[in-house]
Design a protein around this ligand. Structure first.
Ligand SMILES: Nc1ncnc2c1ncn2[C@@H]1O[C@H](COP(=O)(O)OP(=O)(O)OP(=O)(O)O)[C@@H](O)[C@H]1O
Length: 234
């Protein structure tokens, strides 16, 4: 389970005399449900919160633990447990072809090169990506790239998958394909999204606003409340 206790993230003011910026404000949460979505306006703090969960960012105050391991003190162990999928797959695909990228993720587990390539091809084939496995990453569609990124993250066998607005750059067809891939995951999934259809498929939804959690509960109630609050804005 992921636990946050009294977590704040504050960045110092860029100019002398300005106030420090509070990105997250004293958050205490246990994230135990299998599928959780964070929703909320641009700049509300969703990405900052997600980045805390695998130690990409450390809290200014408070603690974040993953299965009891502190994300600051046990960063390597936490990263092995929590895979992170970025909005833009090009930000995380390190190699020039899908097969090489997945092979990189498999390096710690499979020493033999030939065996590693075969396994990488097998994993890509399971996601319908065998045809593009040896193509340049730059020649893939956005949807294919996002599925390659997910395949690479899963190849490390994380226990938890965190995804930061993974469907934002995708068209409807690819959004549906990615949602299907997420639905089949056996890992715990924590996702931030503006896609309320994706959020509606989760077990729990949290609304982030101004660095705080302002609503938390079952998707139906929380999403209805969020939509009503947005419609009431003038
Ligand atoms: N290192 C930083 N220094 C200063 N401000 C930052 C830093 N990182 C993030 N911010 C600010 O913190 C706020 C929250 O950003 P965050 O990316 O967490 O929001 P978000 O909810 O994910 O937004 P979006 O939906 O647009 O992706 C933003 O106003 C952002 O500009």
């Amino acid at each position: 389970m992921i636990s946050l206790r009294g977590v704040s993230v504050v960045v110092p003011a860029a100019r002398r005399g300005d106030a420090d910026r509070v990105l997250l404000d004293d958050i205490t949460l246990d994230l135990a449900e299998r599928r959780i979505a964070l929703i909320g306006a641009n700049g509300s703090g969703k990405s900052t919160l997600l980045r805390l969960l695998n130690g990409l960012r450390t809290p200014t105050a408070g603690t974040v633990t993953v299965d009891g391991r502190d994300t600051t003190a046990k960063a390597a162990e936490v990263r092995a447990r929590v895979g992170f999928v970025f909005t833009d797959p090009l930000a995380q695909l390190l190699m020039s072809t899908p097969v090489e990228d997945v092979e990189l993720s498999l390096r710690a587990r499979i020493r033999d090169r030939r065996e590693r390539t075969l396994r990488a091809e097998e994993l890509l084939a399971e996601r319908g990506l065998l045809e593009v496995a040896h193509q340049s990453i730059y020649d893939l569609s956005g949807g294919e790239r996002q599925l390659v990124a997910l395949t690479s993250v899963l190849a490390v066998r994380p226990r938890i998958v965190v995804a930061d607005e993974p469907t934002t750059l995708l068209d409807l067809r690819n959004r549906i394909l990615l949602r299907r891939a997420f639905a089949e995951l056996e890992q715990q999934l924590i996702v931030s999204t503006h896609d309320l259809d994706l959020a509606a498929e989760m077990d729990r939804v949290l609304v982030v606003d101004g660095g705080r959690i302002v609503a938390d509960g079952d998707p139906g109630t929380v999403i209805d409340g969020y939509v009503s609050a947005m419609q009431a804005l003038r």
